[in-house]
Design a protein. Sequence first.
Length: 510
Amino acid sequence: MENNVILSVCFAKMAAKPPVTRMFLMEVKHMEKFFKLKENNTTVRTEIAAGLTTFFAMAYIVFVNPNQVAAGGADGWLAVLGADGAVLGQIWNAVYIASVLAAITGTLLMAFVAKLPYAQACGMGLNAFFCTCFVSGAFFAGVDVITGYHSGLVIIFISGLVFLLLSVTGLRTYIAKAMPDCLKKAIPAGIGLFIAFIGFQNAGIIQTNQYTLVQFVDINGAIKGGTFKDTALPAIIALLGLLIIGILGKLKVKGNVIIGIIASTILYYLFSWTVPSFNLSNVGQSFKDFGAVGITGLFSGAAWKNAFTGAHVGGIFNAIMLIITFCLVDMFDTLGTLYGTAAQANMLDKNGDPVRVDKAMLCDSVATVAGSVLGTSTCTTFVESSAGVAEGGRTGLTSVVTAICFAVCLFLSPLAGIVPSAATASALIYVGVLMVKSFAKVDMDDLRSALPAFVALIMMPLTYSIANGIGLGCITYVIMTLCTGKYKKKDIVVTVIALLFVLKFVFVTM
């Protein structure tokens, strides 16, 4: 009501206003009408605040995604193992620009096609899977990492086309709704554990142990061995960053994740007594590498050949299974986010499904295709969109604001180089906390729901694979349902998925 009164007064006096002011007021009026703000019980001010909140909650992906896809870049863990650091640096730069452009594209699609307050970007977990299969996988198979990177883009592109076909025909929505409710709730939680586990590893909080496989960081050993700065300090900084993010989140401080990353970065350099390097020339280099190895990768004939015959892929059947795997993971990751966020915003239809879920999935599909063309891994709807929804975002105007913020990031790539992995690790762990809460809705009193859900949840981090968790969860559900006499016609879909995963486990080496 307040907005309408203000607009009425403004437009009554608009003739006396300068042309720029009149244009601004007209744009505000168009936004009110296009996004149906009054009908959705929101305002321009609320939508802007929500868009900024969503951006700050997920801004870490701008820095983290290229780290994940390019195995840390020029100085990352793969370079330490012997890969060409300069080439990995090129991939990092290309993926940085591609990640931002893909986020802008996907989020604007959500804004203008689905008209929903959801943002899209490269999916966590999926980017790690991409690296494992195509970048680090290529290195360990004796294949050039650029070749592996480009072949991966082909697989993502094809999986995106499959997404698109399923979305346009309605099959994707049908398949998603046919999945058992227990797995719908367990999959986002399992992905959350997987992401948190990656964060714990990246910061060195969790270390390898020859007897127990993993252990907590050995602070005492680091002090005695003189390696405190390189091993224990990053772990301590990451834990402090996690606490900062959590405390600010509890206090409902907007942008708690990005504030935590900045604070952790400052603490890291203070305690390590080092000075970060900052080179503005990296901006131009990022765009140069994007043009040289990023957006051109998909259009190489060699990339298509290597996607199905490369030593790192293992043959046509393996390539097909990888396509199916990316399809399955993105489908249920997006579905979980849509259901969870829509429920929080009371944006469910009479059947309990998210409003305009078909259009949201269509946007997700197109974003994945666009992302592969640009040079990055699978795009998906981000669970951090719930932060903007909690702020009051209800329409696509929220997504427009988030997309504009991402556009600014195109010229901030030098900042990424000064953010240590310890700082981004705390954000990954926190995101895991946000995602794992969906598991609380699983019916743990019914073992037919509890066991498949738990298997899906725990096997994602323990097997270091989202896909494995989903597959094992589906297989467990089908067997439990058959053996307890509860199998129904609607379970045919999950049975097909389970069989596909059985084939994957038997024939695909991961």
